[in-house]
Design a protein. Structure first.
Ligand SMILES: [Zn+2]
Length: 474
């Protein structure tokens, strides 16, 4: 394949990186624009950040294209397609609301159908271009997200499973020569829809790392547990890394990469990689409660670029702190453009629970991936970050590893409240910084708290109550 050479350096090849963004995907919203974490400003914030950083000029930018029904039908039922296709043409908002109420964490408005078709079409289009070698890699800045959407059911803000549709497209277009696909789902939530769609398929290695909390974190239940490994010929090709607690950060994710994902990927040798790139495990995210930094995402991505000749397609899933998602996507696209060195040194170790999960996953999978059979050295797994309670005595299951766990420059104001938050208004004795941060936290998140109060929680009860009380919502 001919690649244009960098004019300043005749040896180094310039990477061709695709970006898809289309304002029409902002038309999908809550019926009366009620506050909601999955709102149009998410993709606008990402796009604006890339523009201001001068990144869009260095990429090949595409407008979205609607996906054809025949490609959706490879992973969704006709009933599901009919629902999404016709939902926006319903005459009244109340008809759409009644339809949405049948599903878990779903909203519809007059723009929902178009946005869903554009999101799936965008991911498919750049996936085809990367597979054909017209692009080295791509980032699809799309919404609605997709990884929770199941064969016959939209859920968790997801209408069509964008990544699954693109994956089946690759498998069905034999002339593309793509036989093995790795899907990495680093959204903080389990990719339940994608898991089910390729459950028995050994051509697709599905890896999801997510908060699980023994089945209490959204989408609750056993689907995201580590013993869900696929079935029939697909057995061993479904890998779940289920965190037992929040607050997981760069060190925890890198450990999961180094000791599970990367060794397995070396054996699997994918022809192409799709990333279900949610950024709700990013530091500062109000729903995720984890703390991956932009540099942390770049490290995770760089480790994946060693495979499939760097053919990687990233598709936006969740992520609800506008600053966090914008900075995280920027770090990723910069890395896709230029293989710059990245610092991989942390002041913190993984949690003890992280090593416990990693050991359990390795043991369970070692039948199918013998490379995971070796015991991890004790001097590695004995170095852990301490877990200490975070919020209040009411939140028994929330932990923090203390403010010392993050380097100073990573302690953005959004993280201060998570470690020092006071749940009462009585701040007379608190130092002013903490009080101001506490107020900022409340005003920033109160709309989301209202949403939780109105539409139900995605989280365990104690965390739900913590948000409600912290946001002063009655
Ligand atoms: Zn998510």
């Amino acid at each position: 394949m001919d690649l244009p050479h960098d004019q300043t350096n005749g040896i180094q090849q310039r990477r061709r990186v695709g970006l898809v963004y289309d304002e029409r995907m902002c038309r999908h919203s809550t019926p009366d624009n009620e506050p909601h974490p999955e709102n149009p400003n998410r993709i606008r914030a990402i796009w604006n950040r890339l523009v201001s950083a001068g990144i869009t000029q260095r990429c090949e930018v595409f407008r979205a294209k609607e996906v054809e029904d025949k490609y959706i039908a490879a992973v969704h039922t006709n009933n599901h397609i009919n629902l999404i296709k016709t939902i926006s043409s319903k005459k009244t908002p109340s008809q759409r609301n009644r339809a949405a109420a049948k599903y878990n964490s779903i909203f519809f408005n007059e723009g929902s159908s178009e946005s869903a078709y554009l999101a799936a079409g965008s991911v498919l289009e750049v996936t085809e271009k990367v597979a054909k070698g017209e692009l080295n890699s791509a980032f699809a800045i799309v919404r609605p997200p997709g990884h929770h959407a199941e064969e016959n059911e939209p859920m968790g803000f997801c209408l069509y499973n964008n990544v699954a549709i693109a994956t089946s497209f690759l498998l069905n277009q034999k002339e593309l020569g793509i036989n093995k696909i790795l899907i990495v789902d680093w959204d903080v939530h389990h990719g339940n829809g994608t898991q089910k769609m390729f459950w028995k398929d050994p051509r697709v290695l599905f890896f999801s790392v997510h908060r699980h909390e023994h089945g209490y974190f959204y989408p609750a239940g056993d689907d995201g547990s580590h013993f869900m490994m696929g079935e029939g010929p697909g057995l061993g090709y479904n890998i779940n890394v289920p965190w037992e607690n929040g607050q997981c950060g760069d060190a925890d994710y890198v450990a999961a990469w180094d000791h599970i994902l990367i060794p397995v990927a070396k054996e699997f040798k994918p022809d192409i990689i799709l990333i279900s790139a949610g950024f709700d495990a990013a530091i500062g995210d109000p729903l995720g409660g984890c703390r991956i930094t932009p540099n942390g995402y770049a490290i995770l991505l760089k480790k994946l670029m060693e495979f499939s000749s760097g053919k990687i397609i990233m598709a936006l899933e969740g992520g609800y702190n506008l600053t966090s998602i914008a900075n995280s996507v920027l770090a990723c696209v910069e890395l896709l453009l230029e293989d710059k060195p990245i610092t991989e040194s942390f002041d913190v170790y993984p949690f003890g629970s992280t090593w416990r999960v990693i050991k359990a996953v390795r043991e369970e999978l070692s039948t199918y991936w013998p490379i995971l059979a070796d015991k991890l050295p004790e001097n590695l797994t004995s170095r852990v970050a301490p877990l200490v309670p975070t919020y209040s005595s009411e939140s028994d299951d929330e932990y923090d590893d203390g403010s010392n766990a993050l380097p100073e420059d990573l302690q953005e104001d959004v993280t201060i409240p998570l470690s020092k938050l006071k749940l009462t208004e009585d701040t007379h004795d608190a130092d002013q910084v903490t009080a101001a941060a506490s107020q900022a936290w409340r005003s920033e998140l109160s709309k989301i708290d209202v949403w939780y109060a109105s539409f139900g929680s995605n989280m365990s009860e104690s965390r739900f109550l913590c948000y409600i009380e912290g946001g002063q919502v009655k």
